[in-house]
Design a protein around this ligand. Structure first.
Ligand code: ADP
Ligand code: ASP
Ligand code: MG
Length: 409
């Protein structure tokens, strides 16, 4: 078997944990499997590096920032390879440029374009365990990029896809995907098996246990993903294609996302082409707009509210302020203290009452809803950030997620 394993920051957080990971890998080698490992930086390291840069200058250049934060994974990958070698298991650490893992040039959130497999196959044939630095890539020009926070998950699944691995195991500090973040909802339950589509929604709505692009890769290339704990041998959650036998629960999970900010444009001319003029430059800057609401006004103008990642908030404000006089926007305003809570479930497709129930639960707790968005299998509400925990727990309970799943009727 060819197994790709990814170990997150907590799992390689100190030397003892790195030894523990090495022992786990050794067991797979003893069973005769080929193993490719992807590692994150040691816990806290990426944050530490980012903070260094931001203490030094207000807005560090994205290129240099990637040069800096990519070092975290160089440390953990080489340490893990050393630990394995010392145990008598030949291992080699590789950085993205040595493979290479080619990306586009969007520093800080680069997309993988191509992964060469020759070097990896060669090393595997020689009997090496490969330890690959996650999160990083290399552009056509040879510049170092990173894939965005949590990007090692994406490195792992993309490598599993490129090599046609039998499974991609994501080892983390929880023993699977839960019905809600177990740190916030103690009564959350582990989900044994979940479809790519549901996982995609959970991930895009904020369940950071898997980075969203990793799920996209898994779905496209049909990579079976096993999310499990690096501290136990318990089976975790299998992320696989939707099948008949899968329980069609009404709501499979509740998520929250505190990483978005809201921008409101008041008094925008209500005529064709205006939205394109506003969102064109934002998209060109590589900023992903999430929710958009536009409401017409009796005076022939419109109000527009949308959300962007907090890290892009200032940049987006600058962009719309630049457009303001050209388009004729009356007022621009925004807020960073918001959160998006969502409920996700494939069973929702056939049940009309779910949204109303969600709004009721929030209303009963005195939580005001600022924005709403829905898709086939999810409903999201933007609320004040201070109500995040309250909302997530209330929804988890109201939809019966602390009990065994309800089957679709
Ligand atoms: P790693 O460093 O291993 O990549 P992350 O911190 O990125 O780990 O992801 C694991 C964390 O995701 C957990 O500690 C948990 O708090 C959080 N999390 C959020 N939502 C969920 C969920 N639905 N199921 C499991 N974990 C979740
Ligand atoms: N080290 C990176 C981060 O903290 C990538 C990862 O852990 O997946 O975001
Ligand atoms: Mg992660």
């Amino acid at each position: 078997m060819l197994v790709v394993q990814k170990y997150g920051g907590t799992s390689v957080g100190d030397l003892e944990r790195i030894r523990n990971v090495a022992r786990r890998i050794a067991k797979y080698r003893d069973e005769g499997h080929d193993v490719v490992v992807v590692v994150s930086a040691m816990a806290g390291e990426t944050d530490r590096l980012l903070q260094l840069a931001h203490e030094l200058v207000e807005e560090p250049s994205p290129r240099e920032l990637d040069m800096l934060v990519a070092t975290g994974e160089q440390v953990s990958s080489s340490l893990l390879a050393m630990a394995l070698n010392a145990m008598g298991y030949p291992a080699k650490a590789l950085l993205a440029f040595q493979i290479p893992i080619k990306t586009d040039e969007l520093f800080g959130k680069a997309r993988i374009r191509d992964i060469a497999t020759e070097r990896m196959r060669e090393e595997l044939k020689k009997g090496h365990v490969l330890i690959i630095a996650g999160f990083q890539g290399i552009t056509e020009n040879g510049d170092i990029t990173t894939l965005g926070r949590g990007g090692s998950d994406t490195t792992a699944v993309a490598i599993a896809a490129a090599l046609g691995a039998d499974v991609c195991e994501i080892f983390t500090d929880v023993d699977g995907v839960y019905t809600a973040d177990p740190r916030i909802v103690p009564k959350a339950r582990k989900i044994a098996k979940i479809s790519y589509d549901e996982m995609l929604e959970l991930a895009s709505m904020g369940a950071k246990v898997l980075e969203i692009r990793s799920v996209e890769f898994a779905k496209i290339y049909k990579v079976p993903v096993h999310v499990r704990s690096s501290f136990s041998d318990e089976p975790g959650t299998m992320v696989v294609e939707e099948d008949e036998s899968m329980e069609k629960v009404l709501v499979s999970g509740v998520t929250y996302n505190r990483n978005e900010a809201r921008i409101s444009l008041y008094g925008v001319p209500d005529k064709p082409g205006v939205a394109a003029k506003i969102f064109g430059p934002i998209a060109e800057a590589g900023i992903v707009v999430d929710m958009i609401i536009q409401t017409g006004r009796p005076d022939g103008r419109a109000d527009m509210t949308f959300t962007v990642p907090k890290t892009d908030y200032k940049n987006t404000l600058r962009l719309v302020e630049k457009l303001s006089s050209e388009i004729g926007i009356e007022k621009i305003e925004g807020a960073e203290d918001i959160a998006k809570v969502s409920i996700v479930g494939a069973g929702m497709r056939a049940h009309p009452g779910v949204a109303a129930k969600m709004f009721n639960v929030l209303a009963n707790h005195g939580i005001n809803i600022h924005m709403i968005s829905t898709s086939e299998i999810k409903i999201s509400c933007v609320i004040d950030e201070k109500y995040t925990e309250l909302a997530v727990r209330a929804l988890h309970e109201a939809f019966g997620l602390d009990r065994e799943p309800e089957q679709e009727g």
